[in-house]
Design a protein around this ligand. Structure first.
Ligand code: BGC
Length: 760
């Protein structure tokens, strides 16, 4: 009886919610149809136009005529503009001076925080903490919306297995499953239900496969089988769509020989028809114009191609603005296609509530009170500490004592302007906490922090010139390499322990920053060797936007803490971890290669017909190299702690399962060290026999648990046939009965395993 009442209530609620949603849709349709009924063709095309206001650009800004165009109703949205007053002023032009008073969208690359900057996304992903990741997006949305922004070009969820590509810094690493969880968390954090004035539209990008460019070169050709797209690269984009993401950005690369921006199969068949996406598609910066260089025709032809493929909004290039009218008169496109795109743009504005209140995001009080607040910075500091990955800690060099003398040496030690990392356009770079400032803050009065720069970031003037193109300075010290090193060695001689702050400058990674050599720059490596030669314990605090090749460092440096670029509070967060106030718990989400020749390298590879025997690193006529093992230097999922964890054997609820049963797999995990700590427990599954070849393991679950020193805990995962599904050669998503290996472990290399049989 009670159950029946309960079911009726649930049903009633569901019916009411569905009915309310239907009513809301009907109201929106009515409003948009009425508005479109008044619009001229030019005004409709105007809604599809997204110029850059030019404050921070990644290409050539092509339009200086924005104000006039806004008045004419020829601008649908604007980006690269910062500051609530400026935004309010131009919105006022749109809603007071244009004929139909249609408000504009204001976009920005709010990628990892706004003014309060969080770690670069690759770092954030290493926290494996979905709550923290969602919260970082939430705070970014609060700050951005307080400053006039109502649309962010994030999350970037491109899977990549090639650290030569500079934009791995902006993504979540190599894994489709983890990438999908992060995509969901970020969309939720940015958008929520869009009702309040501190949620904004999200834009998942870059659709699709942008991280798979050949040779790790940015914007390069992608050629991939469909089965691989669906199984290994699409899941994060699809997860964002399932989470209700409002917009999708087309990528620069081609897919199946057709640039994504003009690819109807991708933007309409997959995105809208298969996945049910109802939001709008925007191009990337001049994505339409670039199809001319791809060799797809002149501006008129490629603009028509993009519209017909499913693009709604044209970023920067004005191909739509300049050519769609002509194409329509020549019957190369239809008015229905223009209407569909215009309708989607108006719907997005309606959902944001801009027709009710175009200044919903333009509150000067909010701008004064909600940006870069102490509360946000505190969370940024805690989150940053979670993103760091301890790669080595021989003889427990770390944590450091809060006493004695510490020599802090290296070009990234006192480099506040590099802490935020790449793609942080809203950040005030110099406000970030440098490592030197953070160490002093956290160390306490009993510790003496000595400092010397030791070397410049690079001795290579070409690299330096290219990394500073957007006005970021590398703070070059004009002294000679020898003079800098000499000073550093003198400082080191007076200390008990050396902390070497080295690695990449922020702009060595990011857009248009592919590298063919992934070593720490030579001048820094030379200094590191000299510091090690002092015989003092050395801790390498590694700043980087991508996996580097650290084979030499792993052999010779006693402790390595990888800190990526930690954002506004980087220096304090690093100090928290170095001194052990926070025990590191980050785990890599991208394999670190031993050398560049191993790339692409990733844990979820196929077995091949000639796999190596277990434990071997070379066998003749097997799939391997003669000069390096197949193993990465640090595998996916790897990261140490100041404590240690032991894993018991896997206990299964059954070893033979049928149909929709649920398998429970458990392990007992014990904190066997002397510090409290957190561990990311990882579940992998291998499908041993399939109608298509399957990876040697795939992540299917994870839990981040806290364990006090000496404590143990049983961690359980539930596995259902949903976790066994994959796209087969007909691109059907299903599971196949047979044998499966269930693995649970601390990283992709060190796992316990058990076998099950699963029948239909
Ligand atoms: C990047 C996008 C970015 C856009 C707008 C492009 O160069 O590829 O990720 O959102 O610029 O700034």
């Amino acid at each position: 009886m009670i159950k029946n009442i309960y079911l009726s209530v649930v049903l009633l609620l569901w019916v009411t919610t569905a009915a309310t949603a239907q009513q809301a849709d009907a109201a929106m349709n009515k409003f948009v149809s009425a508005l479109m009924g008044k619009m001229t063709l030019d005004e409709k095309i105007g809604q599809l136009n997204l110029p850059s206001a030019g404050e921070f650009t990644t290409g050539t800004a092509t339009n200086s005529n924005i104000g006039a165009n806004v008045k004419k109703g020829l601008v649908g949205g604007l980006f690269n503009i910062k500051g609530v007053d400026k935004i309010k002023a131009i919105q006022k032009v749109a809603v007071e001076e244009s004929r139909l008073k249609i408000p504009m969208l204001f976009g920005m690359d709010v990628i990892h925080g706004y003014e309060t900057t969080f770690p670069i996304p690759l770092g954030l992903s290493c926290s494996w903490d979905m709550k923290a990741i969602e919260q970082s997006a939430r705070i970014a949305a609060i700050e951005a919306s307080a400053d006039g922004i109502n649309w962010t070009f994030s999350p970037m969820v491109d899977i990549s297995r090639d650290p030569r590509w500079g934009r791995v810094s902006e993504g979540n690493g190599e894994d489709a499953y983890l990438g999908a969880q992060i995509a969901k968390a970020m969309v939720k954090g940015y958008q929520g239900d869009l009702k309040s004035n501190n949620h904004i539209l999200a834009c998942v990008k870059h659709f699709a496969l942008y991280g798979a460019g050949e040779a790790g070169r940015d914007y390069n050709t992608v050629d991939m089988s469909r089965i691989r797209m669906y199984n290994e690269y699409f899941p994060p984009y699809k997860a964002a769509v399932d989470a209700g993401v409002a917009s999708v950005m087309a990528s620069f690369n081609e897919i199946d020989g057709i640039p994504a921006t003009g690819n109807k199969w991708l933007l309409t068949d997959v995105l809208r028809k298969q996945w049910g996406f109802t939001g709008f598609v925007v191009t990337d910066y001049t994505g339409i114009n670039e199809m001319v260089d791809h060799g797809m025709g002149d501006l008129q032809a490629v603009s028509a191609l993009a519209l017909k493929a499913g693009v709604d909004m044209d970023m920067v290039g004005e191909g739509f603005l300049k050519t769609l009218k002509k194409s329509l008169s020549e019957n190369k496109i239809t008015i229905a296609e223009i209407n569909a795109a215009c309708r989607r743009m108006l719907e997005a504005k309606y959902k944001l509530g801009l027709f009710k209140d175009p200044y919903k995001y333009c509150s000067t009080t909010r701008a004064q009170n909600e940006i870069f607040t102490a509360a946000h910075r505190k969370i940024a500091r805690e989150t940053a500490a979670q993103s760091f990955v301890l790669l080595k800690n021989e003889n427990k060099v770390l944590p450091l004592q809060k006493s004695g003398k510490i020599a802090l040496i290296g070009p990234l030690a006192d480099a506040a302007n590099n802490m935020a990392g790449t793609w942080s356009v809203a950040t005030k770079q110099d406000r970030s906490v440098s490592l030197l400032a953070g160490l002093k803050l956290v160390a306490g009065s009993g510790t003496e922090i000595l400092y010397a720069k030791g070397s410049n970031l690079t001795g290579d003037s070409i690299l330096e010139e290219r990394a500073t193109m957007f006005g970021k300075t590398l703070n070059r010290d004009q002294r000679s390499e020898e003079a800098l090193a000499k000073e550093a060695l003198e400082v080191a001689a007076r200390a008990d322990v050396i902390v070497a702050a080295m690695g990449e400058a922020a702009e060595f990674s990011g857009e248009s920053s592919s590298r063919s050599n992934l070593d720490i720059p030579k001048t820094q490596q030379k200094l590191l060797k000299r510091l090690l030669a002092t015989g003092k314990p050395v801790v390498l605090v590694l700043f980087t936007g991508r996996p580097l090749t650290l084979t030499w460092e792993q052999q010779h440096v006693p402790a390595i803490l990888n800190v990526w670029f930690g954002g506004s509070e980087a220096g304090s967060a690093i100090a928290d971890v170095l001194f052990g106030d926070v025990n590191p718990s980050g785990k890599l989400t991208m394999s670190f290669p031993q050398n560049v020749g191993q790339i692409p390298i990733y844990y979820a590879h196929k077995n091949t017909g000639r796999p190596l025997a277990e434990g071997k690193w070379f066998q003749k006529f097997r799939s391997n190299y003669i000069d390096v093992s197949n193993e990465p230097l640090y595998p996916f999922g790897f990261g140490l702690s100041y404590t240690s964890f032991s894993y018991g054997d896997i206990k299964l609820s059954a070893t033979r399962l049928k149909g929709n049963q649920t398998l429970k797999a458990s392990v007992v995990i014990k904190n066997t060290g002397s510090h409290d700590g957190a561990e990311v427990v990882q579940l992998y599954i291998r499908d041993l026999v399939g109608s298509v070849t399957r990876p040697v393991k795939e992540l299917k679950g994870f839990q981040k648990i806290k364990l006090a020193a000496g404590a143990s805990k049983t961690v359980s995962f539930e596995v259902t046939t949903e976790d066994l599904k994959f796209y087969n050669s007909n691109l059907q998503y299903d599971w196949e009965p047979g044998a499966f290996e269930i693995m649970i472990g601390t990283n992709a290399r060190e796992v316990k395993s058990a076998d099950v049989e699963w029948a239909r």
